[in-house]
Design a protein around this ligand. Structure first.
Ligand SMILES: *[C@@H]1O[C@H](CO)[C@@H](O)[C@H](O)[C@H]1NC(C)=O
Ligand SMILES: *[C@@H]1O[C@H](CO)[C@@H](O)[C@H](O)[C@H]1NC(C)=O
Ligand SMILES: *[C@@H]1O[C@H](CO)[C@@H](O)[C@H](O)[C@H]1NC(C)=O
Length: 705
């Protein structure tokens, strides 16, 4: 090879390296993640070559997966990019026997004549918005959560309009900057343009076509469905100011601030809120600030409840948080018999602990390690310091397999953790080689669940054994950064360059999505809210273990928001007005919650397995469980629902029943205790001592049973 060739090779290599995300992780080796592959062309070239880690669970991920043509629900519209058309839908909601769904139809499509069939690539994103641009960049579409208008930015492109509906009528204002279009579906859409844009029914083709002024246009077109004739003046008033960006900060514990950057000139920003926003939105008293103020007269439907107008470009949301630490907040009831019962169970559970937890699955290993860590904290609560050394030894050798790649403790261990430089994340070698292994960990599915358990176990051991903690701080901080990176961390410098911001958390819906790099017709999804809560709780404990107040605070803050969303959307109390009465009558808990679907089925079980549907929203039982199920009235409703036919179904195992009895303990500890004592088996993340500890620490528990 000549010198010139090696120079060229060097330059090409330098370009190839730059195209990868961030620096290497500081304590895990790198891994080639074949399961995730490389980012598609549906990410703009700029984003692909920026070197910044790309999001893997964002609300708009369908737009960059496969051919990008699956719609995503950007409240209040379902929006699809397909063959050059940007199609808006104000979705219809359908009640099915086992689900509530929203259906996409191409109600109103806008495209650019000069770029027929163009692909739209994601050109920018932030916490609350995503922007797509056509290949020739004549049409850019910034999509902002909760915007009643969808904004189209044309730069020298001729707008084309189409619809699957018949057009009944088009009326325009005198200067042709506002149009009102009535479809035979009954829907009325308003179009606002920043300069005249004559639109008429195209009689030459068919009544299904609209004709815009057939000239290149530079400016803004905004489309909004008119849900109520009385709202038209409101939509007129706020038709100019639009958001181009939206970012989120956590300025104080349990507080989140949404800040929008606006363009378009005159007027204030009008957005829409969900009921779950309004219950915690700090409304501005006066005027003259950017702070949000409600406009209840403007309403839109959504699967997450009725939306209402909010004016202002800064939203402050404050969740009713609780700062739960290592132990049960109120401690054990003052009864020596209770302490004795837990202590005896604990002795048995600790005696049964293996020297090394052997399981090559990241999920099941994590659960088992966190279960062992719980035993140590329970030992502290029942004053059995004699047991903690044995538990710490098991945790040390078990975690060594993953954190130190120590094969001496288990020569058969084949799975390991590595850093994927392409996407910026920690994956398992099994998950990287096989997209189905480790529940899709290589595809960035469920990272918070799996690593959350590791972080819980690591935090507990670091607290018990500070020397071990300082030796493994790097690994633990990398694991937590993988799913909860937010800005710079004093203990993991450069983590923002190595991991995407809050990988799973959706700042607008205030809960996490688990789905990873997989396109779905119903959009993103998450099943277990309790495992999501556990991951943020574990992060807060890690912060406590390392005296890192910022990490501890962000952890409890995300616990508070994820809890708020779980209680608002997944928990279905009797009398809920969020879902159809028939659905509410049959369901106390959602199985899998999708952007466009409320599914009563589980990933691993049918809708009829009610105790499983309850259990997957409860496990693991830890001190933070009482925050997630703070409403003991609801706990009673969900337990009565799940236990109705539990004893007549053979597949209702003791392991799952344990979670039903756990919730029962929050309002009737005596009965729960009676049931718990009959159990022969526990879920692999639960134990007899953990369930007894829980029951004997409930607030409803009398001094003596
Ligand atoms: C269209 O709407 C306008 C204004 O409401 C009305 O005057 C006109 O009769 C309508 N045309 C048709 C064809 O319905
Ligand atoms: C890991 O643990 C789970 C749950 O106990 C079990 O079902 C699975 O077979 C174990 N896997 C391995 C590889 O040991
Ligand atoms: C949570 O509790 C810990 C320990 O009691 C305390 O140091 C910390 O400041 C608290 N954090 C919040 C957000 O209240």
């Amino acid at each position: 090879m000549t010198n010139n060739n090696s120079l060229i090779t060097f330059i090409l290599l330098a370009i190839a390296v730059k195209a990868l995300a961030g620096d290497d992780d500081q304590c895990f080796g790198s891994i080639n993640n074949a399961a995730a592959g490389i980012p598609s062309q549906l990410w703009s070239t700029d984003l692909r070559s920026s070197g910044a880690p790309l999001p893997t669970n964002a609300f708009w991920l369908n737009y960059v997966l496969q051919d990008g043509s699956q719609p995503e629900y950007i409240h209040p519209y379902s929006i699809r990019f397909k063959q050059g058309l940007v199609s808006l839908c104000y979705p219809k909601r359908l009640l099915q026997p086992t689900a509530v769904i929203q259906v996409h139809t191409d109600d109103l499509s806008i495209s650019c004549k000069e770029e027929p069939g163009t692909a739209f690539a994601v050109s920018a994103f932030d916490d609350l918005s995503v922007t797509l641009a056509s290949q020739g960049r004549r049409l850019t579409v910034p999509l902002v959560r909760g915007s009643p208008y969808v904004t189209f930015l044309f730069r020298g492109g001729t707008p084309l309009l189409s619809t699957i509906n018949a057009v009944i009528n088009v009326t325009s204002n005198p200067d042709a900057t506002k149009h009102k279009i009535l479809f035979n579906s009954g829907q009325t859409w308003l179009l606002y343009s920043s300069s005249p844009l004559p639109i008429s029914i195209d009689a030459t083709t068919s009544s299904f076509a609209l004709r815009a002024d057939a000239r290149p246009f530079t400016g803004t077109i905004r489309a909004a469905v008119l849900t109520d004739p009385a709202s038209e003046p409101t939509l007129d008033t706020y038709s100019q100011c639009y958001a181009t960006r939206g970012t989120v900060e956590f300025p104080a514990p349990f507080t989140m601030q949404h800040k929008y950057t606006t363009a378009g000139g005159a007027g204030e920003l009008l957005l829409l809120s969900l009921p779950m926003h309004r219950s915690i939105l700090q409304q501005a008293g006066g005027t003259g600030t950017n702070a949000a103020r409600g406009m209840p007269s403007l309403t839109y439907n959504s699967i997450d409840g009725q939306m209402e107008g909010v004016v202002g470009s800064t939203w402050t949301l404050r969740a009713g948080g609780a700062n739960v630490s290592w132990h049960s907040p109120r401690g054990l009831r003052a009864d020596p018999a209770a302490s004795h019962e837990i202590s005896a169970a604990l002795q048995r559970d600790v005696d049964d602990l293996p020297g090394v937890i052997v399981n090559s699955s990241t999920y099941f290993f994590g659960k088992a390690a966190a279960r062992a860590a719980r035993l140590a904290l329970i030992a502290e609560e029942v004053a059995r310091p004699d047991l903690t050394g044995r538990i710490a030894a098991t945790l040390r050798s078990s975690l060594a397999q993953w954190l130190d790649s120590n094969h001496a403790v288990n020569p058969n261990m084949s799975n390991s953790i590595g850093y994927d430089r392409q996407w910026g994340g920690l994956v398992s070698s099994d998950g990287a080689a096989d997209s189905g292994a480790d529940f899709g960990l290589g595809m960035y599915n469920d990272h918070h669940f799996h690593w959350g358990y590791f972080v819980y176990a690591g935090a507990v051991l670091a607290r018990m054994d500070p020397e071990w903690g300082s030796q493994h701080r790097c690994q633990l901080y990398s694991l937590v950064s993988d799913y909860m990176q937010h800005g710079t961390s004093q203990h993991n410098s450069g983590s923002a360059a190595r991991y995407p911001r809050l990988r799973h958390f959706d700042h607008w819906l205030m809960h996490s999505w688990a789905a990873g790099l997989k396109n779905f017709a119903d959009g993103r999804n998450q099943e277990s809210t309790s495992e999501a809560v556990n991951s943020y709780y574990a992060a807060s404990l890690l912060g406590s273990a390392f005296h890192d107040a910022a990490l501890a605070e962000l952890g409890v803050t995300l616990v508070a928001f994820e809890t708020h969303a779980a209680q608002s959307l997944w928990h279905v109390p009797l009398g809920s007005e969020l879902y159809e009465a028939e659905f509410v009558a049959r369901n106390r808990m959602i199985g899998v919650l999708w952007a466009n679907k409320r599914d009563t089925a589980l990933w691993f079980g049918p809708p009829e397995w009610l105790e499983v549907r309850l259990g997957i929203q409860v496990l693991p039982v830890t001190p933070v469980t009482e925050v997630l199920f703070s409403d003991t009235g609801f706990a009673r409703e969900v337990v009565e629902w799940a236990s109705a036919d539990m004893d007549s179904r053979p597949e209702a195992s003791d392991g799952w029943k344990g979670f039903v009895f756990a919730l029962q303990a929050s309002y009737d500890p005596a009965t729960a205790l009676h049931h718990a004592r009959q159990l022969k088996e526990f879920d692999d993340g639960n134990s007899a001592s953990n369930l007894l500890w829980w029951i004997h620490t409930r607030a409803a528990n009398p001094e003596r049973l």
